[in-house]
Design a protein around this ligand. Structure first.
Ligand code: XMP
Length: 329
């Protein structure tokens, strides 16, 4: 039996002993609770010798890179570098519609961009006194991830290639540091609150690594992603306004790669539909679709069709998992 205060103290001492007086650590952050808590813990332990990197792959949600930057630097004091690599990712994704191919391309480019950034940071750090080489890679691995990676080892077991940054440690020849590897999600949230991480961030819905690319069904282009992004922003805004955010485990808007007919004024138009998805779950292995009331859906539907150009219909995915999955690709 241990308390969270003891955990913080013990973990900080362990990190300091492991990394030493001059050791440098690098880690990717996403703005999600796990990577933010891990980064904050690292910052408490070794200050600016921890280097956080946010890769903006052009597939993030509305204002996400800016918000994460603001919270991590101004609010939490973390030494963060934001890399805008959106052009590179969108170019690499050109002409690709297959979801698994999208995941592979995004995973591969993420590793490359992260590595390039790590080299740059290492060079800069080498010029400052009292700085050693970057030898450590921070990962926000939780206990369930540890279990899953053991249970899922072996051929053809993974339904989707979720752990799209799994190749990172091997590719970089860095030693892994995983301060959350004994914790469950609810414990990470308690720890995050203790470390002064804002409530909104502590309770943020999970967001997949491939981001809006797997919510923009079919081919991913800058303009298609922008439609997904605007519809998603409206849906999430309304969920927050209705006080439903914490009741729902994950929610998003997806853009479907089909055309449906609609009327705009006195003209027939052929435009794409948006599909709303919201689920309740405790473990993300199974999930129930979330039932909104009619006034809520009415509001979301009319806002999306009025405010997002290129969209004339709104659908809702009412499939639980199984047989559905939480993402639609
Ligand atoms: P599914 O769609 O398999 O999703 O029911 C379960 C959870 O995993 C997330 N997910 C992903 N996360 N990369 C990620 O980092 C991925 O490729 C990916 N695909 C699904 C999904 O958002 C949900 O939380």
């Amino acid at each position: 039996h241990w308390t969270m205060e003891e955990f913080v103290g013990t973990e900080i001492s362990r990190i300091r002993a492991l990394v030493g007086e001059k050791g440098q650590v690098i880690g990717a952050v996403s703005g999600g609770v796990d990577s933010t808590v891990a980064a904050k813990l690292m910052h408490e332990a070794i200050g600016d010798r921890f280097h956080a990197v946010l890769v903006d792959n052009g597939l993030l949600r509305h204002n996400e890179a800016e918000t994460v930057h603001q919270t991590l630097t101004s609010h939490l004091g973390i030494n963060l570098t934001v890399i805008d690599a959106s052009e590179r990712f969108l170019t690499e994704l050109k002409g690709v519609s297959d979801p698994e191919k999208k995941r592979k391309i995004i995973g591969k480019n993420f590793i490359e961009v992260f590595q390039e950034t790590a080299h740059k940071i290492a060079k800069e750090a080498a010029g400052t006194p009292n700085a050693g080489d970057i030898e450590w890679l921070l990962q926000g691995t939780l206990y369930p991830d540890v279990i899953e990676s053991i249970a899922f080892r072996g051929p053809s077991q993974t339904i989707k290639t979720h752990h799209n940054v799994g190749g990172l440690p091997a590719a970089m020849h860095l030693k892994l540091i995983e301060p959350l590897r004994e914790l469950f999600k609810d414990e990470v949230r308690i720890l995050g609150t203790k470390l002064g991480i804002p409530e909104e961030l502590v309770w943020r819905h999970p967001f997949p690594g491939p981001g809006l690319a797997i919510r923009t069904l079919g081919e991913v282009t800058r303009s298609q992603v922008e439609i997904t992004r605007q519809a998603d922003r409206i849906f999430i805004e309304e969920i927050i306004a209705a006080g439903l955010y914490r009741k729902i485990s994950q929610a998003y808007a997806a853009l479907l790669p089909i055309q449906v007919v609609g009327v705009m004024g006195d003209k027939r138009v052929h435009e794409q539909p948006i599909c709303l998805r919201a689920v309740e779950t405790t473990d993300f292995m199974t999930a129930n679709w979330f039932d909104f009331d009619r006034p809520f859906l009415d509001k979301v539907s009319s806002r999306i069709t009025n405010e997002v150009s290129g969209v004339c219909s709104v659908f809702q995915n009412i499939t639980s998992k199984p047989p559905g999955t939480i993402e639609m690709e």
